[in-house]
Design a protein around this ligand. Sequence first.
Ligand SMILES: NC(=O)c1ccc[n+]([C@@H]2O[C@H](COP(=O)([O-])OP(=O)(O)OC[C@H]3O[C@@H](n4cnc5c(N)ncnc54)[C@H](OP(=O)(O)O)[C@@H]3O)[C@@H](O)[C@H]2O)c1
Length: 353
Amino acid sequence: MAIPTQQKALRLTAAQSDFSVDTVPVVLPQDDEVLIRIEASTLSHMERFMQQAGYYITEYPSIVGLDAAGVVVALGKNVTGRAIGDRVLYVTNFTSPSAAHQQYAVMKAHLTAKVPASISFDQAATLPCNVLTAHNGLYTGPTPRIGRGGANLTPFWKPEGRGKYAGQPIVILGAAASVGQYAIQQVRISGFSPIIAVASLRNADLLKSLGATHVLDRSLSASDLISQAREITTKPIQVVYDAFSSAETQGLGYDILASGGALAITLPVALDEAKLKSDKSVYMVYGAPNQPEYEEIDAEFFNALPEYLSSGEIKPNAVEYLPGGLHAVSEGLKRLESFALNGKLAVHPLETA
Ligand SMILES: NC(=O)c1ccc[n+]([C@@H]2O[C@H](COP(=O)([O-])OP(=O)(O)OC[C@H]3O[C@@H](n4cnc5c(N)ncnc54)[C@H](OP(=O)(O)O)[C@@H]3O)[C@@H](O)[C@H]2O)c1
């Protein structure tokens, strides 16, 4: 199929503007990049933050969108390991040419992951940022330069990583969020047990199918949740992953955590100064590979990811397709605001009228 010179893209044209669907040029790949025809992109909270507060936007107009999956249609001259026709997923590097909500995007080839035939493009597009957000909060160390970090566990996909933490307890808060579901699946491969998930109980069967050994009701008080966790395990809980990261869940995570342990959070710290001076470490996670500290490890993880998708050890989130192409994103984002989904919403940019 010929590559067009123009395409449709979803843009913010000024601070706090509405999203607009515009015609923009297709950018061709640099030497180490691939050009991807985007078959599906999913909606994320970051688009809301970009619109409301200009997060990660360096200039207007700016094409938005974090997560996409599609087909490689052109290669930069130095690209190895990717071929025209490959099915891939990727997360934006927060530039317009790599943004997800457009019909064609470029990305460094080694920061794409191949998508097995058993996974649909909609399913694949649920993964990029959130599977990395779970991964980086668990398996990367502190990154002082940008004030982010993670629990520094041995990655589950390294030969010595599978099952390494057998018999060690872990707690996942906001476990039914997209990020939480990807965290549960990765810590299961790492061997953690028990895996104590805190979520609405209507999600108990889903979370157990992903690897949670126990699901506690998130509507209980913090003291009840802590005592229930203590009934499940008397071992020190050295790692807590808080996918939701409100002030309440951060406080709960901090209190459940054992002395010397690590709490990974997905939003800025909302804990008292005193707590931040204790021997418990608190890390806000960075869920994209576009910082030097993350590029190599995230590329290695993306290289390993297809094997886990093929085997079913990592299952994509549930996904709902929204008709209407890029025009459906703006309304769809309003549904994210209530944090009531247990999966992702996908659009097909190529359908954009
Ligand atoms: N730092 C980063 O790089 C990074 C990257 C990606 C995402 N994030 C952030 O991570 C957070 C999660 O993102 P996501 O896409 O996974 O979210 P999501 O899937 O939209 O989250 C929805 C879930 O939130 C849960 N929830 C709602 N209210 C809650 C509460 N009061 N306490 C605990 N859980 C609650 C619900 O769980 P139940 O169904 O169990 O009620 C629901 O399943 C967002 O704030 C996002 O902005 C950060």
